[in-house]
Design a protein around this ligand. Structure first.
Ligand SMILES: Cc1ncc(COP(=O)(O)O)c(C=O)c1O
Length: 481
């Protein structure tokens, strides 16, 4: 190879010898100059590129020093055999950094779930999201059109979020008998962000978070990454067991996290009596409560008991809600309310992280609340979800009666399935995936829940749910996994 098909640009900021280095690297990286290729002699390069030989010499020496070229006496300069790995080495330079950050990676099963949720060939049997068929398309079209006509700017919002939306949310909370004011309410990008703000702003490495076992929070590495210890408390069908709560030690930095309505993943709803017991115990222990109520609106026959927050006259409870489960998670919109100093601390952190949640989403949800359309939407959604739950329970009865037991939720998305015989959940997960089924194994939510699966009737189409659950039962029976 003795010609060169490029020229140097003397007007470029980059020096000539650096331009030569980059051009040669491009040739090697693109495969045009594979390992072993003899490159033009220094003399011909200097003629073709119209630069001094010393410039060529400097560039080639640098490439030789980097291991991309090798010079052999008598046979000129060639592309080195290990040039691919050398070129890749600048990317490899980052590899150790990707293990260094504070945030731990997702559990590997969660990573798999996150990938396969976007593969149309699989049936999602555990997804914690409403089916696309529940997206109120016309309502959202009208809402987005009308806010589009009225918005005059899309600037950064106040640190606590769009004021008119906070006012509407206070009205919504008043219906639940929670007395919140716009100053004690922060708009967040989903309930998950509220939890992240708490982990960053209110707890530290010596803190312990007590929570239901199993719980949604065990499936995330959010608190663990901040060095916060998670301690599971046992549950019965009324919620967290008072005995377990009684045993929580009186250490300095600790909090209780609870999902009292249609809990993720068990579907359990805490009774009114248990809520009072829980609040009284926590008040006596000075144990602050984080109440995550993102599923509240999805009740079937009657509304769930009032939030624990309604019992709170001391500012013990932080109350979290979200529009993800009852409307659309893509809006990324939720809220947290509690004592003003706590809320302004969280708002200050949120401001440092993202300068506020999407104004467009905030205006859209404000419109849906102010017009009452949100309330009509959830009214009709409840009936449709109930119909799905009923069908799901029938399917379970048909295919799982001899191999499992399950909870019967009064709202929300989830049935907690307990297999009668032990299985390898890992093998079941991958065998199911090979058979076109995506599962949420119980051990994501409690390491010891090795015979459980979280089944969701909210996402998959009903015919897919029937096909999928039938196939799953067959797999469990056939393979004795
Ligand atoms: C109990 C609970 N809290 C919070 C979230 C986070 O939801 P989002 O951030 O979309 O509001 C979820 C999602 O699955 C959940 O189940």
């Amino acid at each position: 190879m003795d010609t060169i098909d490029w020229q140097l640009d003397k007007n470029q900021a980059s020096t000539l010898y650096k331009q030569i280095i980059e051009k040669i690297k491009d040739k090697i990286a693109s495969g045009e100059w594979p390992p072993g290729t003899k490159i033009p002699s220094q003399r011909s390069m200097s003629d073709m590129l119209k630069v001094n030989r010393s410039t060529i010499n400097t560039a080639l020496n640098e490439l030789i020093a980097d291991g991309l070229l090798e010079a052999a006496v008598g046979s000129g300069t060639r592309v080195a055999n290990n040039s691919w790995s050398v070129l890749a080495s600048s990317a490899a330079l980052w590899t150790p950094y990707t293990h260094r950050g504070l945030q731990q990676p997702n559990l590997s099963t969660i990573q798999k779930i996150n990938t396969y949720e976007f593969d149309d060939r699989v049936i999602r049997l555990g997804t914690g999201e409403l089916s696309p068929e529940f997206y109120p398309k016309e309502l959202m079209q009208d809402t987005l059109r009308s806010i589009g006509e009225n918005i005059t700017s899309l600037g950064y919002e106040e640190p606590l979020g769009l004021y008119p939306l906070r006012e509407e949310l206070c009205r919504y909370l008043a219906r639940l008998q929670i007395a919140a004011t716009p100053a004690s309410l922060l708009i967040v990008s989903g309930g998950l962000q509220a939890l992240q703000l708490i982990s960053l702003g209110l707890l530290n490495r010596s803190s312990t978070l007590y929570l239901e076992r199993p719980s949604y929070l065990f499936s995330l590495n959010l608190f663990q990454s901040a060095g916060i210890a998670l301690r599971g408390l046992s549950m019965d069908n009324e919620g967290i067991s008072p005995e377990a709560l009684q045993a929580v030690p009186a250490t300095a930095s600790r909090c209780l996290y609870t999902i009292p309505c249609f809990q993720n993943p068990t579907g359990t709803t805490m009774t009114a009596k248990r809520r009072t017991e829980l609040y009284d115990l926590c008040a006596a222990k000075r144990l602050p409560i984080i109440e995550d109520d993102v599923y509240r609106e999805l009740w079937f026959d009657s509304p769930p008991p009032l939030p624990v927050k309604t019992l709170d006259k001391q500012g013990l409870v932080l109350y979290i809600g979200s529009f993800s489960k009852a409307l659309s998670p893509g809006l990324r919109l939720g809220w947290i309310t509690g004592p003003e100093p706590v809320i302004s601390r969280l708002a200050d952190i949120k401001n440092q992280i993202d300068y506020g949640s999407s104004s467009l989403s905030q205006w859209a949800v404000h419109r849906l609340l102010a017009s009452g359309a949100f309330y009509h939407h959830v009214d009709s959604l409840r009936g449709k979800l109930l119909a799905r739950r009923t069908v799901c329970l029938q399917i379970l009865e048909q295919y799982f009666a001899d191999i499992a037991t399950w909870t019967v939720p009064q709202g929300g998305f989830y049935v907690w399935l307990t297999l009668k015989k032990p299985v390898s959940l890992n093998r079941l997960f991958y065998t199911a995936l090979d058979n076109g089924l995506l599962l949420n194994p119980g051990n994501l939510y409690d390491k010891q829940a090795s015979q459980n699966l979280r089944i969701s009737y909210a996402y998959a189409r009903l015919d897919d749910l029937a096909t999928g659950l039938h196939r799953l039962a067959e797999l469990i029976k056939t393979y004795r996994l």
